[in-house]
Design a protein around this ligand. Structure first.
Ligand code: GAL
Length: 343
């Protein structure tokens, strides 16, 4: 792997950008929020293009609230009523989303500067989230590694704590395998027989819904846009897909294809599911790379993670990390070309 480090300063913050490249893919990441700025892959015609949304100017990452390309934490997704109880103690978090806490609170991991060390095949980011940060308990020591292995990008998350806490980490990349335009003609397969329903605020409520005979069924690959505008209470809540899918199996749990470019992305993970989000809240106001003003449904996120709001909905919440235990999550994104090899 070859790499180059570029150094910038914005709003008194030193932000590094690392360009990593092997024979198959080029990935650009930033020390601000471990943000993945770009992933360049070839299409079936040999054109090389960027398959995720991002910005030319680093300071746009400091101003936007759409978590584009960033790590979200300490706890991804919405926590109902911005409070939770752990070991009989009640914690109050920031109400940054309709009375609930979204993606870690007012200043989530997406806005933190990570230190890092280069590895032979990638980068190892580190951040210490202090006890009480955003009112979460425990000093949480977080390592996030991005590694390039052939045509795969591997994201590895490891966290330890010195007091019981909750943690749920993911990456919030917005994919568009064509590198432009709508994502509704992409084909998507999600190996999941159930979603978790959302309440009126978009908080996962723990109620499982079988996807059979609903617009949520992606077990057989189908166009993202095929059923997205069907009349359906859950789709109405999210203004599209914005729901947690519970995987049946985790190998090739998600496959996203763009028939036009021939690009295919396969996602495998040890996480139990993913939030599928069809970028419903992008409103054309954010100016991205290539003068692209991002609109709703021009990308989609596959946020592999534990169930959002698990602390309120699971009997033994999977997001609790006990002192002495280690949180370990891995997600592998493999980039292929239908009918060919990535080269
Ligand atoms: C997603 C979430 C959406 C929205 C988005 C950020 O993870 O499910 O509802 O908040 O992040 O704009």
């Amino acid at each position: 792997m070859e790499y180059e480090i570029l150094k910038y300063q914005y709003a008194n913050k030193d932000i590094d950008v690392i360009v990593m490249q092997n024979m198959h893919i080029k990935v650009v990441v930033s020390s601000l929020g471990c943000t993945i700025i770009s992933i360049f892959t070839n299409d079936k015609y040999g054109n090389n293009d960027d398959v995720i949304l991002g910005f030319d100017e680093l300071d746009t990452y400091l101003q936007q609230d759409k978590y584009i390309g960033a790590i979200v934490g300490r706890c991804a997704g919405r926590i109902k009523n911005a409070t939770f109880t752990l070991n009989e103690k009640e914690y109050h978090l920031a109400k940054n989303n309709a009375g609930n806490t979204l993606h870690g609170g007012n200043v989530g991991f997406n806005q933190k500067i990570f230190t890092y060390a280069m590895l032979e095949d990638g980068i190892d980011f580190h951040y210490l989230s202090k006890d009480g940060e955003e009112n979460f308990p425990g000093n949480l020591d977080v390592h996030i590694k991005y590694r390039l292995v052939d045509n795969t990008l591997i994201a590895e998350y490891v966290a330890t704590t010195d007091a019981d806490t909750i943690v749920n980490l993911t990456n919030h990349m917005y994919f568009n395998l064509q590198g432009k335009g709508s994502v509704l003609d992409h084909e998507l397969m999600i190996d999941a027989s159930n979603i978790i329903c959302s309440d009126a605020d978009g908080c996962a409520n723990g109620v499982l819904q079988d996807v059979s005979n609903t617009p949520f069924d992606f077990r057989k690959s189908k166009r993202v846009g095929k059923d997205i505008d069907e009349e359906n209470e859950q789709l109405a809540i999210g203004s599209g897909y914005d729901h947690y899918y519970v995987f049946d199996r985790s190998e090739r749990a998600v496959v996203l294809k763009d028939p036009i470019s021939g690009r295919v992305m396969e996602v495998s993970t040890n996480q139990k599911g993913c939030q599928l989000y069809t970028a419903n809240f992008l409103d054309g106001k954010l100016k991205g790379k290539k003068n692209w003003y991002f609109k709703a449904r021009e990308a989609l996120c596959i946020e592999t993670q534990a169930a959002p709001n698990a602390i309120h909905t699971e009997v033994e919440p999977s997001t609790i990390l006990l002192k002495g235990n280690t949180y370990q999550a891995t997600t592998v994104y493999e980039f292929k070309i239908e009918g060919g090899e990535v080269d």
